[in-house]
Ligand binder design. Structure first.
Ligand code: GDP
Ligand code: MG
Length: 442
């Protein structure tokens, strides 16, 4: 799948200190191939890879993010951008009823969607009415009635036995019915064909002109691969639409439709349908879809949290300090503790990383309030004492303890812990590696 391909590509970047032009080339080529194989439209692929190349070139270790992580971050951001950035919500009419018209090929999932949308709207406190305007297929009206019943939503349908009927007039009467009976949202289900044809498109155009919907939603089967783009263009140029609903995202859709349709038509994906059941439906969130494609939602939020916590300048200052062979001081110690704290739920973060169970246990034993105590003690020390903790004799320790309302033995513990952290920092600097976070007891 697209996810697997991208993940494999990123893996090959792991452990690199700096990305060479050749690395970037190879990565971009791989991403390009993966996107094409996933049926993403060519212009979209071109745009996307150009941007990735520009942004990834020269990526080096900045603070806590290694080049591989940076590339993942860039790809993620670009994916979110291609998918439309923000979630686009339904626009409701100032004067109800809000009219939502569904358009799309036969089998795209319009009728199923009408039920899902109805149920979702009802759950949000609306009073929706479904209107059956597919009078082409013999069973279509009946299908909508069954769907509506399951969804607990009323359906307006032409009276049986009136011949084929006129979908435009049914749509108009449906809206009149809604107004009269105080429904606040009308979902108009329409007919589709297996392929785009002029007659079907004209019918959709006529319905649109007659009922002036607040939203025309183009319903697109995500499984149709490269055909998605041509179909979307035909509907854009025909009836026109304001938003897209992707259906059958539960199948082995390769992601191409999702990534192409927004870019190609300029209209956002608004909802996603992920199964045949009424509940398999959700507003479309570009960021979540990008994570799903990257298959690394947790890793991404981890990177973001780490980024927030560690100020890049601070990290660089610390690195420079080590390079200059300066020693790790209590100020550094305090800064590190604060950075760790800023990560918020550290335990939760560590839980996201594989192989961190042991570390997590250590943290469980570490009382959050311990941070407060340590901070208070360090703050009670003079700048000189923080830089040269070895001058901390008995009377200085007693003064610090009194200054922050802690016992002398607590001060002793803290200095002991700092001593361990200092040792660890020295060994890290000497390239010995070593696990754990400085200052956190093992
Ligand atoms: P319409 O012709 O556009 O009205 O499409 P239908 O609503 O009749 O759906 C066609 C078929 O696709 C039906 O068998 C639905 O159960 C199925 N279907 C609709 N949406 C989804 C979906 O999100 N996932 C899956 N797996 N099947 C879907
Ligand atoms: Mg239908």
């Amino acid at each position: 799948t697209l996810s697997d391909r991208l993940t494999a590509t990123f893996k090959s970047l792991r452990g690199k200190g700096r990305l060479t032009e050749a690395d970037v080339d190879a990565t971009v080529r791989e991403i390009r191939r993966a996107l094409l194989d996933a049926d993403v439209a060519l212009p979209v692929v071109r745009d996307f890879t150009t941007r990735i190349r520009e942004r990834a070139t020269g990526a080096e270790v900045v603070g806590h993010l290694n080049p591989a992580q940076q590339v993942v971050k860039i790809v993620n951001e670009e994916l979110v951008g291609i998918l439309g950035g923000e979630t686009r919500r339904l626009r409701f009419a100032k004067n109800p009823p809000t009219v939502i018209m569904l358009a799309g090929l036969q089998g795209a999932g319009k009728t199923t969607l009408a039920g899902k949308l109805g149920r979702w709207l009802k759950g949000n406190g609306n009073r929706p009415l479904l209107v059956a305007c597919d009078l082409q297929r013999p069973n279509a009206v009946n299908q909508l009635q069954i769907t509506g019943e399951r969804a607990g939503v009323d359906v307006f349908a032409p009276e049986p036995g009136n011949g084929v009927g006129d979908p435009v007039s049914v749509a108009q009467r449906g809206i009149e019915h809604a107004t009269r009976h105080h429904y606040d949202v009308v979902v108009v289900d329409t007919a589709g064909r297996t392929g785009v044809d002029a007659e079907m498109m004209q019918q959709a155009i006529d319905i649109r002109a007659a009922v002036k919907p607040d939203e025309v939603l183009f319903v697109l089967d995500a499984m149709i691969g490269q055909d998605a783009v041509a179909t979307a263009e035909a509907f854009r140029d025909g009836v026109g639409f304001d938003g897209v609903v992707l259906t059958k995202l539960d199948g082995d859709a390769r992601g191409g439709a999702a990534l192409s349709v927004r870019h190609v038509t300029g209209q956002p994906v608004m909802f996603a349908s992920t199964g045949e059941k009424l509940d398999d439906f959700e507003p479309f969130h570009p960021d979540r879809m990008a994570s799903r494609i990257l298959d690394m939602g947790d890793v991404m939020s981890l990177i973001e949290q780490a980024e927030k916590a560690f100020d890049a300048d601070q990290a660089q200052a610390m690195a420079a300090k080590f390079a200059a062979d300066e020693d790790f001081t209590l100020d550094d110690f305090l800064q590190q503790l604060q950075a760790v704290r800023n990560m918020g739920s550290l335990k939760k973060m560590l839980g996201m990383l594989p192989g961190m169970a042991q570390m997590r246990q250590q943290l469980d034993a570490f009382d959050e309030r311990e941070f407060d105590r340590i901070e208070a003690m360090v703050r009670s020390m003079t700048p000189l004492e923080r830089r040269q903790p070895r001058i901390m004799n008995g009377s200085r320790r007693a003064r610090v303890a009194a200054g922050c309302g802690q016992s002398v033995s607590a001060v002793n513990d803290m200095l002991e812990r700092f001593g361990q952290a200092q040792k660890m920092m020295r060994s890290l600097k000497n390239g010995l590696g070593g696990g754990g976070l400085p200052g956190i007891p093992g």
